[in-house]
Every structure is written in structure tokens, then in C-alpha cells.
Design a protein around this ligand. Structure first.
Ligand SMILES: Nc1ncnc2c1ncn2[C@@H]1O[C@H](COP(=O)(O)OP(=O)(O)OP(=O)(O)O)[C@@H](O)[C@H]1O
Length: 806
């Protein structure tokens, strides 16, 4: 891309020399007289400022040369603007920032807390995009194909620890080493060196069990791991003891000596930055100065860099007061009236520095003059040789090709999959969640849902018993104690409690002691006999006294309906028994409607069989949602995703690795759920088990993709939990899992059909209870809708991720 731009620029220049000169001059900040003039001899690379000094702007070739220089510097930032938030709450963080980091140097980026250092670094490594302006890193634009940034050309140590707590130091190194494409042997050699150099404990120690300072050193070791061309270190020396801090700086000086490595470092220990070749003093989103430390100290006649920063900040404030708005380029030392009386450091005048929050290091940092590097034990070390990863060597070219040709690499996939598995394996809570929870849910569902209620109290008043405690009756064709004979047919699930007074029985129902009151009059047997004999000639009183009267508590629909059914069935059985024993056809006692064997299901259908398909899918779907969304969000909030991203792992690779990991987990979950449902609890399955498994796995994948979407939308884990829980109940209630969707209002029915679980549930129910094959419309539509949802969720996730990258 950059090459194309160059040639386009050259073409234009040849056609319109004069106009282009003006345009380019306007375009590049170094033509602005207020820009810093870099004169430090340490900067060996040709800088854009040299052109200004030589006054060579008159030729078009020079302009092209400048463009080339930008791209040749390790990092070049031009007119960078970056704002967080939307219009009303917009927070401008980078305001016309220009920065040049020559190759082979250490660049110390200093500034008060919140001035935008981390934001600038994250834009340089390609993690964030600037709103306008240009950034070139190692000759390319970060985030573009083939630039190698993000990727292994850069070593990034973020401000937060951003390591996997469950990993040991060795596993951490393996993870990043594999991502960087290193061989295991090579990683082990490098690990040994870094353990010694950074005075780290045993490589077997888990990161979460290390002290804060040790964790920071491991984080630093990760950045050094692959010996990158460009090291970007965001406060690497925080929480590190002075000796080790010195050792780290010595190392940085050492690696930049040959001119091939470049380091950008931010630190709050401002004095340690004296060892940098260039210092960029940043304030309110732009650089106040960009100079060598010695130059800054001599120009300002200060003894410390902190003093210089205070002075520059004060001058900037005063300048701002005069002009009110200052969106000019970086302020040069000359533009800041260097040498005037105003510059004299005065502690009382430093109040103008807003938000300054430097912690000056107390110890004096001494420049290592002979250039030797020492470990903490003051033993000289030699870094093991590493394969070069520069853009100019053969291997790098192969990498560029492989980056373009391949979607991922074996090393990255190995690292990501090992990481996902290890994180689950090491976390007992997660393992329980993955495997114990679905089993527990199935067991609880099968034990608690769908069985007929037992031990239901019925308050009975049988006036034929004459206050007797026992209800006596005899089999055969005779007409004695028919009330007791009828009551004998009542289901065994009913507990009969006898009362002598009807009002007492009703009171028992009102008090919740019984689910219904049943009354049999004292003339029941005679009236029933007369009714049977007289038939249509029976009088009203006879009919009335031959009836069994019932008052039910219908507040509980399931129990009320069940008692109603049992009381009626008891009468049918009683009548059929009487007729049979008196030599008549028992069928005369039944309702004249015959239910033959059902086409699907049984005469005694189970509610469990109805709900089970939906429950199977719901369990697998929502476990996948919870697992995926939380895993990704935790990684992101801990800065782990960012770090992997900067190491060159794309969102697609992260998603893909989670898809594979989740798929393995889902296979285990599906096996457990189906074994417990179908084998242990005997839920009906009349269909093909293969298609049952396929649909369950597909629903798990669908849940996983929904988890991806949630994690891409939500910043915090608690938001993700709220969203997942918030979607759980509507989905469960509207998907026909626990009640047929035919019972819903028409509009809701259509909404229900648009949910991911509805058609799949209906499809699985048809397979399990009806034994339908995949060829039936009602079955395959469930598979198709699930696939459509998977696709939809994935597309939405990628869109959200893309929109958020800014
Ligand atoms: N993701 C974000 N969304 C909104 N504002 C942000 C975000 N990240 C940083 N900021 C804001 O941008 C400003 C610059 O933050 P940044 O982290 O870049 O500062 P910094 O110089 O690195 O500070 P420190 O030295 O304390 O780390 C701050 O005001 C911060 O609140």
C-alpha cells in the first residue's frame, strides 16, 4: 500500500511540480517552523528534520525523500488525532501529534498520567486506529497486510500484566513463542536466558502465584521472547527494584547498539529515561519536545529531566493562556522562548502543570559506559542467538507470503488451543460448570418435572358410613355400600381423609389441608340403584342423591385437573365393574367415545417426554453462551486478547480456536446430557440417535456464536451475564419448550418462530417422540434454522468487532 502511494505521489509530482510542493509542505509538519529541530548526534538515521535544516524543500525529489524517510524511521507518526467517545462526551487524547523514532535507538516517551502515552502506543502497535493522520511502523502502516505489525516484528509489553494466571512461566513463554513461530527448543533456550537475566523464579511457578514485580518481569520477558525489531514497553520498570531496573536499561542499550533494534519505552521514573537516545515529552496529546536528554538538560540548564518537563509544561500553559487555543504542532525549544528569563525554574511557578504525576526514581542511574550488560548478580550474560525476523531477510519474506497465503499457522493454533484447554483444565469451577452442571440439570429435570403428584389429600364425607371409621364394601353383583365401593376405585395417589360434616371438609380445603371435598349422601346406594333401574323415569331427587358432589381447590391447575380426571375415572371403573359383575357388558358404563392406540406417543403421555427435547437443547445452548462469552470477556478485560492480537493473532484465529475448544467441550456435554436423559431416565427416543446428536451439537455451536456476539458487544463480564440471563428466560418461554406455541397469541407465535430454539425444539421433539426422519419438513427446518442462526451470529460478531477496532 505504501509503495503504491509513493509511486502515485511521484507521478503527481512530475505533473504538477509547483502546486505539489506547496501541498506537501503543508502536509508534513516538519515544514512548520514550530516543529522541533532535532540535532542530537545520537540519532544516526536521516530524520525528516534534516531536510528542513538543509533547506532542500525546493526540489520535488526531496519531498519524495522525506516520505521515504518517514517510512524508513522505525516509527513515524504524523498529524495524529485520536478521540475517545462520541460527539457530546468526546475526549480528545491525541491532538496533532508528530513523532519520529529513528531505527536503532531508545525512545523514552514521558508524560503525566492520562496524557495519552498508552493510547499512542496502542495505535503504533495497530491495536487502535487513529482518527486522522498517519502512522508508519517499520516501513509499513500498522494493521495492513504484510506490514508485520501487529505481529512478531514487534514486542509489546502493555501496562497491565496481561498474562494467564493459570499458566506457569514456562507455559506462558511457550504460548507466546509458538505464536511468534518459534520452535519449542528455541523457546526453552530463550526462556533459560530470560529467567537468569530477569531473576525470575522457577519456570514451573504459576503466574498467579508470583508477586506483582515478578509478574511484570514475566510480562517483560514475553516482549523480549522473540528478539523483535521493535520493542514497545509501557512502563516496564514499575514495581521493579532499582538494580533490576538498571539491568533492564543496560539490556535495552545493549540491544539497540547494533542499530537494528528500536525501543519505545514509557516510564514514570523520569530520570531513568536519561539513558534513552531521544526523549519525547508528551502533554495533552502532543509532544512538547523531542530531543536527546543531554540536549534537553543543556538547553534548559536543568539538572534533571523532571525539571525540564515542568518548565516546558509551564511554558506550554502560559502559551496556551495567551493564544487560548493551541493546536499547533509540537512545540520546538526555540518556539518556547528558550533562554528567556521566564524559563528560570521556580517551584512556586510549577502549579501550572496540571495532572503531573511523576514518581522520580530516587536512585541515581549511572550510564554503563563500556556497554557491557550484567545480570542482577553482576554476571555478564550473552543472549542466545535467535533467528532474525526482519523484513529484509529471506525468512521474513517467507513469513510475509505465508501470512498472506495462510489463514493461520500451526504454531498459533497450537498455542491458542493449548491455552484454551489449559485454562479450563486448571480452573475447577469452570470444569464443574462444563461437566457437572449439565448432568445435574438433567437429573433435576427428570426427577422434578413431569411426574404425577402423589399424596394429595381429599376430604371425604360419606354419610352412608354412619360415623364409622372404616369404609366397608363387598365385591359381587349386589347393591350395598356403593359409596365405599366407588371410593375404592379412587387412585392410590389420593389420600382419603374422612369427615362427618360437609362444612368441616370444605373448611379443610379452605385451610389448605385438602385439595378437594367429596360428598356422598346417606341415600347414595338406594338412589343409585333406583336410578339404574328407572333410567329415564328417575325423578329429580333420585338423580340428585345418586350423584357424588365435589368441591376442588383449582388454584393449582395441574393438581386440580388431575384430581378431576381421577375422580371421573374412578366413577367409570366403578360403573364398569358393577355392570360386569352383574352380567352386563361393562362398556355400557364407559363414555361412548373410544380412544384407540395413539398414532404417536402413548395412551398415558408423559410431560417429561414433551419438555425433554427443549430442555436438552436449552442446556447445551445456554452453557455454550455462558462459557464462550465469559472466556472471551475475561481474556479481554485482563488485556490478554490485546496482547495476543499485538503478537499477531487475528480475531478470526481467536474465534476459530474457541470454536474448536468449545466443540470438544460440547461433544462431552452432549454425550453426558443424552446418556442421562435417554439411558438413565428413559426419556422416549423413537428416532435416529445420530440426528439427535447432530442437532444438539449444532445448537451448542449456535449458543457459542451467540456467546461470541455477547462478548463482542459487552465490555464487562457483568454486562455479558446480564445479557445472557436476560435472553435466557424470554427464549425459554417463547420457544415452546415448556408449553406449546399454539397456545400463544398469534403475534407472539411469529416472534417465537424467529428464535433460535423454537424450530430446533420442535424438530427434536418430532425425532424423539414421533420417530420422524431428517427428510420431514418439520425436522430439517430445525437444522436449517439453527445453521442460519449460527451464520447470523458470526456475521454480527465480526461486524461488531470491526466497528469497535477504532
Ligand atoms: N478505552 C478508552 N475509552 C475512553 N477513554 C479512554 C480509553 N482509554 C484511555 N482513555 C482516556 O484517554 C486518556 C489517555 O489515556 P492513556 O491511557 O493513553 O494515558 P497514559 O498517558 O498512558 O496514562 P498513564 O501514564 O496513567 O498510563 C485518559 O484521559 C483516559 O481516561
Amino acid at each position: 500500500m505504501a509503495i503504491k502511494k509513493d509511486s502515485a505521489l511521484n507521478r503527481q509530482q512530475q505533473q504538477q511540480p509547483v502546486m505539489d510542493f506547496e501541498r506537501i509542505k503543508r502536509h508534513f509538519s516538519w515544514s512548520d517552523p514550530s516543529h522541533i529541530v532535532s540535532t542530537d548526534s545520537v540519532m544516526t538515521a536521516t530524520t525528516i528534520d534534516d531536510a528542513t535544516q538543509t533547506g532542500s524543500w525546493g526540489t520535488l525529489n526531496t519531498a519524495a525523500q522525506q516520505q521515504q524517510n518517514i517510512q524508513q524511521a522505525a516509527v513515524s507518526v504524523r498529524h495524529a488525532f485520536k478521540t475517545y467517545g462520541k460527539k457530546k462526551s468526546a475526549n480528545p487524547v491525541l491532538t496533532n501529534l508528530n513523532m519520529t523514532v529513528p531505527k536503532g535507538t531508545i525512545y523514552g516517551l514521558l508524560g503525566a498520567s492520562g496524557c495519552g502515552k498508552t493510547t499512542l502506543l496502542s495505535c503504533i502497535v495497530g491495536r487502535r486506529r487513529i482518527d486522522s493522520g498517519e502512522i508508519f511502523v517499520l516501513g509499513g502502516k500498522p494493521g495492513t497486510r504484510g506490514s508485520g505489525v501487529p505481529g512478531k516484528r514487534v514486542g509489546y509489553m502493555p501496562q497491565e500484566i496481561a498474562l494467564y494466571g493459570e499458566f506457569s512461566i514456562r507455559e506462558t513463554m511457550m504460548y507466546f513463542g509458538w505464536i511468534f513461530g518459534m520452535e519449542t527448543k528455541e523457546i526453552m533456550e530463550r526462556l533459560q536466558f530470560l529467567l537468569n537475566f530477569l531473576d525470575l523464579p522457577s519456570a514451573k511457578r504459576l503466574v498467579k502465584n508470583l508477586s506483582g514485580g515478578q509478574q511484570r518481569r514475566v510480562s517483560f520477558a514475553v516482549a523480549l521472547m522473540h528478539d523483535p525489531e521493535l520493542l514497545i514497553l509501557d512502563e516496564p520498570t514499575v514495581g521493579v527494584d532499582p538494580l533490576l531496573r538498571q539491568s533492564i536499561w543496560n539490556h535495552l542499550v545493549h540491544i539497540t547498539k547494533a542499530g537494528q533494534k528500536t525501543v519505545i519505552i514509557t516510564t514514570h521514573y523520569i530520570e531513568e529515561a536519561r539513558q534513552a537516545h531521544t526523549i519525547g515529552l508528551m502533554r495533552s496529546g502532543h509532544l512538547l519536545a523531542e530531543e536527546s536528554p543531554s540536549k534537553l538538560l543543556s538547553i534548559y540548564k536543568c539538572i534533571s529531566l523532571e525539571e525540564v518537563f515542568l518548565k516546558l509544561s509551564r511554558l506550554e500553559s502560559q502559551k496556551g493562556e495567551v493564544s487560548h487555543v493551541n493546536f499547533s504542532n509540537n512545540i520546538s525549544l526555540h518556539a518556547m522562548a528558550f533562554g528567556s528569563k521566564m524559563d528560570k525554574p521556580s517551584s512556586s511557578q510549577d502549579g501550572g502543570v496540571v495532572g503531573l504525576n511523576f514518581h522520580q526514581s530516587k536512585e541515581m542511574l549511572v550510564q554503563n559506559t563500556n556497554g557491557s550488560i550484567f545480570t542482577l548478580n553482576q554476571e555478564p550474560y550473552t543472549s542466545p542467538p535467535l533467528r532474525r525476523s526482519g523484513p529484509n531477510d529471506v525468512e521474513s519474506c517467507q513469513d510475509c507470503c505465508s501470512n498472506i497465503c495462510k489463514i493461520t499457522t500451526k504454531g498459533k493454533m497450537r498455542a491458542l488451543l493449548t491455552k484454551n484447554m489449559l485454562r479450563m483444565w486448571r480452573n475447577v469451577g469452570v470444569m464443574l460448570f462444563i461437566f457437572a452442571l449439565p448432568v445435574m440439570q438433567v437429573i433435576l429435570f427428570c426427577l422434578a418435572i413431569g411426574r404425577d403428584p402423589q399424596g394429595l389429600n381429599l376430604a371425604i364425607v360419606n354419610e352412608e358410613m354412619n360415623n364409622s371409621k372404616t369404609c366397608y364394601w363387598e365385591d359381587g353383583c349386589h347393591f350395598n355400600n356403593l359409596g365405599c365401593r366407588y371410593l375404592n376405585h379412587l387412585n392410590s395417589s389420593v389420600v382419603k381423609t374422612y369427615y362427618t360434616d360437609l362444612e368441616d371438609a370444605k373448611a379443610a380445603v379452605r385451610r389448605g389441608k385438602a385439595w378437594g371435598a367429596l360428598y356422598i349422601s346417606e341415600n347414595f346406594t338406594d338412589a343409585f340403584t333406583a336410578r339404574a333401574a328407572l333410567g329415564r323415569d328417575s325423578d329429580e331427587e333420585t338423580i340428585e342423591q345418586s350423584e357424588v358432589k365435589v368441591w376442588l381447590d383449582m388454584s393449582n391447575q395441574q393438581i386440580g385437573v388431575m384430581l378431576n380426571r381421577d375422580i371421573q375415572l374412578a366413577y367409570r371403573d366403578f360403573a364398569m365393574g358393577m355392570l360386569g359383575q352383574c352380567g352386563n357388558n361393562p362398556k355400557l358404563g364407559d363414555v361412548p367415545i373410544q380412544f384407540r392406540d395413539p398414532i404417536y406417543g402413548t395412551m398415558n403421555p408423559s410431560f417429561t417426554d414433551f419438555v425433554a427435547p427443549g430442555v436438552i437443547l436449552t442446556i447445551v445452548f445456554f452453557l455454550a453462551v455462558a462459557l464462550t462469552s465469559s472466556a472471551l470477556i475475561i481474556e479481554r478485560t485482563e488485556g490478554l486478547l490485546d496482547r495476543s492480537w499485538v503478537a499477531g493473532v487475528s480475531p478470526g484465529e481467536i474465534l476459530f480456536s474457541h470454536v474448536i475448544t468449545q466443540f470438544v467441550v460440547m461433544c462431552g456435554q452432549t454425550a453426558l446430557v443424552l446418556v442421562f436423559m435417554l439411558v438413565v431416565f428413559g426419556v422416549t427416543n423413537n428416532g435416529d440417535l445420530f440426528w439427535v446428536i447432530v442437532l444438539t451439537l449444532l445448537q451448542g455451536m449456535c449458543g457459542m456464536c451467540f456467546g461470541f456476539l455477547i462478548s463482542s458487544i459487552c465490555e464487562l463480564e457483568r454486562n455479558a451475564i446480564q445479557l445472557a440471563l436476560g435472553s435466557f428466560y424470554p427464549t425459554l418461554l417463547l420457544s415452546g419448550v415448556i408449553w406449546p406455541i399454539e397456545g400463544m397469541p398469534v403475534v407472539l407465535r411469529y416472534i417465537s418462530l424467529c428464535l433460535p430454539l423454537t424450530m430446533a425444539t420442535s424438530s427434536l421433539r418430532s425425532i424423539l417422540t414421533r420417530g420422524w426422519s431428517i427428510l420431514q419438513w418439520d425436522v430439517y427446518i430445525g437444522y436449517l434454522s439453527t445453521l442460519a442462526w449460527i451464520l447470523g451470529f458470526l456475521v454480527l460478531t465480526l461486524l461488531v468487532l470491526r466497528s469497535k477496532r477504532g
